[in-house]
Write a protein that binds this ligand. Structure first.
Ligand code: HEC
Ligand code: HEC
Length: 352
C-alpha cells in the first residue's frame, strides 16, 4: 500500500490531505468569453462535438475477470455487505439512484455517486478530480470509513485466506503475495470494460439517420447551438474538463462540497466540478453533485439557466431530453461472477 493511496479519501469523502496532491494534468477552465468562442466554433464548423464511443478492445481478459469478481465482492468491506456494485449498480446504469450514497453503518455520504460506466474516459476521477485514474480511485472506497469501512491491509488479509483468489492472483500477476496495488489494478481493468457503445445517437452519428427520432435530432441541434457542447463534448459527452457549477447564475445547494478547490487549494476553483458524462444519463438520476434534481427536464432547464443564462421553452427542453435519452448505449452484459468461497481462516464480517 502506498502512502498516497492510504491517504486518498474514499469515494464520498473530502479530505484536506488531498490538497497536497499536485496537479498532474492540465485543468481546462472556461471563461465566459472562451465559452462563447467555443459555442461559435462548434456551431459554425462541420466538426461534430460528440464522437461515438469505441467498443472495448480486450487487452488482458483474465485480469478484467478478476477485477469483476472484486467489484462484486462485499468481503472487501468491513461489514461483508457492501461491494462496489452496491453504489455503482451495473443493473442501474452504474449508479445507486440515490441523492447521496449509503455506506458502512448506514452512513449517508456527502455527494452523489457518479456512474462507473465510461469512467475510463474521464480526465480524472471523482467530482473534484482528486484521483488521477481508475486504479488510484479504486483504493479510496475500501478504506473510507463512510463507505466500505475497511482498511487495505484487512481487505488483503481476507483475500489471502481464500484459495480461489490466491490462485487467480497468482495466474494474473505471477505473485505469491496479494497486494492492494494488484487489487486496484484488477478492478480498474474491469472498469475499463464498462464502456457503452452502440447508442442510438452513435448510430446516428455513424450515418444511420433514422436511428433517432426527429425530436432527438432537433434536441441535438439545440444542444449544440445553445452551447451545451462547450462543456459536454467528446466521446463521453462530458468527463473531460472541470467547470464551474453556476457559471452565469449561482447554484443554490445545502451540499458542502467545495469542488476542485479541495484539490488545488485555489479559491478560483471553488465550485468547479468535473463535468459529468451525459452518456446513459437517463439511467443515472438523481442529478448534480448533490443529487438534488430527480428529473432530466428540470436538470436541463437548470443547466440552460445557470450555465448559459438562457430560458428554454418547454418544447425545447423536451427535444433536448429526447436527444439525451438517445445517449443510452449497450449496458454491461456479462455472466455474473462466481466468487470463491471463504474458508475457516477468513475473518468474519464486522458490523461494528
Ligand atoms: C458507499 C457507496 C460507494 C461505494 C461502496 C463505492 N463507491 Fe465509488 N463512488 C461513490 C461516490 C459517492 C463517489 C463520488 C465521490 C466524490 O466524487 O467525491 C464515487 C466515485 C467513484 C468513481 C469516480 C467516477 C467519476 O466519474 O468521477 C469511480 C470510478 C468509483 N467510484 C468506483 C468505485 C469502486 C471501484 C468501488 C469499489 C472498490 C466503489 N466505487 C465503491 C460511492 C461509492
Ligand atoms: C459551463 C459548462 C457547462 C455548460 C455550458 C453546460 N453544462 Fe451541464 N454540467 C456542467 C457541470 C459542471 C455539471 C455538474 C454540476 C454539478 O453537479 O454541480 C453539469 C451537469 C449536467 C447534467 C447532470 C448530469 C448528472 O449526471 O448529474 C445534465 C443533465 C447537464 N449538465 C446537461 C446540460 C445541458 C442540456 C446543457 C445545455 C443547456 C448543459 N448541461 C450545459 C457543465 C456545463
Amino acid at each position: 500500500m502506498t502512502q498516497y493511496s492510504s491517504q486518498l479519501a474514499g469515494c464520498g469523502e473530502y479530505s484536506a490531505t488531498v490538497r497536497a496532491h499536485k496537479e498532474i494534468y492540465t485543468m481546462k477552465r472556461l471563461s465566459s468569453l472562451a465559452l462563447i468562442g467555443l459555442i461559435v466554433s462548434f456551431s459554425s464548423s462541420a466538426v461534430e462535438p460528440i464522437q461515438p464511443i469505441a467498443a472495448y478492445q480486450p487487452t488482458d481478459p483474465a485480469k478484467a475477470e478478476l477485477g469483476k469478481q472484486l467489484f462484486f465482492d462485499p468481503r472487501l468491506s468491513k461489514s461483508g455487505f457492501i461491494s462496489c456494485n452496491s453504489c455503482h449498480n451495473l443493473s442501474m446504469g452504474g449508479s445507486d439512484n440515490m441523492p447521496t450514497s449509503i455506506g458502512h453503518n448506514w452512513t449517508l455520504g456527502p455527494i452523489n455517486a457518479p456512474t462507473v460506466l465510461n469512467s475510463s474516459l474521464n480526465v480524472a476521477q471523482f467530482w473534484d478530480g482528486r484521483a488521477k485514474d481508475l486504479q488510484e480511485q479504486a483504493g479510496g472506497p475500501i478504506a473510507n470509513p463512510g463507505e466500505m469501512g475497511f482498511s487495505h491491509q484487512l481487505a488483503v488479509e481476507v483475500l489471502e485466506t481464500i484459495p480461489g483468489y490466491k490462485q487467480t492472483f497468482k495466474e494474473v500477476f505471477k505473485t505469491e503475495q496479494i497486494g492492494i496495488d494488484q487489487v486496484t489494478e484488477a478492478i480498474a481493468a474491469f472498469e475499463e470494460t464498462l464502456v457503452t457503445p452502440n447508442s442510438p445517437f452513435d448510430k446516428y452519428l455513424q450515418g444511420d439517420k433514422d436511428a433517432i427520432s426527429a425530436d432527438a435530432q432537433a434536441g441535438y441541434a439545440l444542444f449544440t447551438s445553445v452551447g451545451c457542447t462547450a462543456c459536454h463534448n467528446g466521446q463521453a459527452v462530458g468527463g473531460n474538463s472541470f467547470q464551474k457549477m453556476g457559471l452565469v447564475k449561482p447554484y443554490k445547494t445545502t451540499s458542502k462540497a467545495a469542488g476542485r478547490s479541495a484539490v488545488t487549494g485555489k479559491e478560483i476553483d471553488r465550485f468547479n466540478f468535473k463535468v459529468p458524462t451525459l452518456r446513459n444519463v437517463e439511467l443515472t438520476y438523481p442529478y448534480f453533485h448533490d443529487g438534488a434534481v430527480w428529473n432530466l427536464e428540470e436538470a436541463v432547464g437548470v443547466m440552460a439557466e445557470l450555465q448559459l443564462g438562457k430560458q428554454l421553452q418547454e418544447q425545447e427542453i423536451a427535444q433536448i431530453v429526447s436527444f439525451l435519452k438517445s445517449l443510452t448505449g449497450d449496458q454491461p452484459n456479462f455472466t455474473l461472477p462466481q466468487l470463491p468461497p471463504s474458508t475457516a481462516n477468513t475473518p468474519h464480517p464486522n458490523q461494528s
